[in-house]
Design a protein around this ligand. Sequence first.
Ligand code: UDP
Length: 237
Amino acid sequence: MKTIHILQVPVSITSYEEIIDIISKTIRNNKKFSVVSINLNKVIKANESNEVMKIIKSFDCFIPDGISVVRTSKEINDRITGIDLFNRICDEHKKIGAKIFLYGAKQEIVETTKNNLRRKYNDIQIVGIENGYNKDNNYLVNKINQSGANIVFIAMGSPKQERWIYENKNKINANIFMGVGGTFDIISGKLKRAPMWIQKLGIEWLYRTMKEPKRLKNVPLQIKYYLKLKKERRNIK
Ligand code: UDP
């Protein structure tokens, strides 16, 4: 899997098929594989904090999730979003042999996510869940280990979820660790994904700000980095 760098942030040149294949093999061979999705907000957070940059660089796979990231380099052919990769892993759960632990979001959201997934795939193995507001990490690590999970999806927003993976993946027997941000909010039906035309314009971040005004404070940096990525695109092409 080739890695390029956009404003110093790693981005993998890969495909859904390749990642699903690596996930299956990683589980079969009892190895570890961690996935982080790279979008405008990750580029901002990594460039504004050495600690976040170090954490992101510790991952194995950096999926090109945000359109503004995808458009920055000609080498990236496919956009791979966190939520679509999550859905593909669920689609292929049998082939992968997935035993899934869902960690993050509010209690009713993570419960509804589990129930919705069980309704959609009646034989999917969701071996445990925990909301993202439990402060007792030892309890959580034990709970995941006792569940026998081989895949842990973490939905706590960034960089919280990436930091948690960085600090805990070696204490946990699972093989696959992936930060999925607001995915449980969408699967549970609490939030809607941006319409395709907004995604295509590369302004999904603006849509999320309008839906969740607490994000308003991020807009100045988002505009600054959105323009930086545009400039980078001209330099690369
Ligand atoms: N979240 C959580 N624990 C926290 C903070 C957030 O589980 O301490 C959850 C939150 O409930 C939501 C998800 O993380 O389901 C994404 O949060 P947010 O939208 O704030 O993250 P962002 O997408 O801005 O990184």
